[in-house]
Design a protein around this ligand. Structure first.
Ligand code: DGL
Length: 265
């Protein structure tokens, strides 16, 4: 492992920034390369074979050009498909992002949990296996959203996104009647890294209060464990942001909080 370690964080777009934010908090000593595969966004609209064929060689190119010490696939739509392919093809340690069904079901009191992800993620065998293994007696509702990732991306880029558009994507997560229903949904898994970008709006538009489960802090702990103890100075300046479309980035100010205040080059 080099010092400071280089961590490459990858997503289809800006959603992985919600994972990056937690990792930077846990490991301010590291150097960060954030890659948004915006040329292929949204992944939720692509077939499984297309995603594997896109992501596996692309990660190989990124490893060759940035020599990361660790790669985080900060995308559920990709992680639920590509992790074994990546581990087979490359030596670098990988951390993926998959729906946090186990902790959600462990903490639900009403035993009714919804998993909100892209249409791809909720269809995956991997997600179904997580439910079979970890539902712990909960009724789990899978909600595939076609638009929420794009809405989150648009909101972060400073555009107006209407309450109606967000509420329509959210509505199927809420199963049950009124407060007298002891079995209505009390927990929603944010199974797409874009969704925490809209968390304030989700809380405000929810028909009743629920726990929103975001796996980013757990991912950051895993990354930190794999890196081992920080044993050098903080690399405060070290951040790069790459868009595969090669568009110049005009978002630096809005993105700075996700990089712990660093301005990504
Ligand atoms: N951020 C991605 C995820 O966690 C998906 C968004 C997309 O490209 O459809 O699933």
């Amino acid at each position: 492992m080099s010092y400071p370690p280089t961590i490459l964080v990858f997503d289809s777009g800006l959603g992985g920034l919600t994972v990056l934010r937690e990792i930077v908090r846990a490991r301010p000593d590291a150097h960060y390369v954030y890659v948004a595969d915006d040329a292929f966004f949204p992944y939720g609209h692509h077939g499984e074979d297309q995603i594997i064929a896109r992501v596996v060689p692309l990660i190989g190119e990124l490893i060759a050009s940035h020599a990361p010490d660790l790669v985080v696939i900060a995308c559920n739509t990709a992680s639920t498909l590509v992790m074994s392919h990546l581990r087979h093809a490359y030596q670098v340690p990988f951390v993926g992002t998959v729906p946090a069904i186990k902790p959600a079901c462990a903490s639900s009191k009403t035993k009714r949990v919804s998993v909100l992800g892209t249409k791809g993620t909720v269809k995956r065998e991997y997600t179904k296996r997580l439910i079979a293994d970890f539902a712990q007696g909960c009724e789990v509702t899978l909600v595939g959203s076609a638009e929420l990732a794009s809405l989150a991306e648009s909101a972060l880029s400073g555009n107006d996104v209407s309450d109606e558009d967000i509420a329509a994507e959210l509505a199927p997560c809420f199963v049950g009647k009124d407060a007298s229903d002891a079995h209505r949904t009390d927990t929603v898994v944010l199974a797409c890294t874009h969704y925490p970008l809209l968390l304030d709006r989700l809380v405000q538009l929810a028909p009743w209060p629920v726990d929103w489960i975001d796996p980013a802090p757990a991912i950051a702990r895993r990354v930190s464990d794999l890196l081992g103890p920080a044993n050098g100075p903080t690399d405060q300046a070290g951040a790069e942001m790459i868009f595969t479309s090669k568009r110049p980035h005009t978002l630096s100010q809005a993105l700075m909080p996700f990089f712990g205040g660093r301005v990504p080059a």
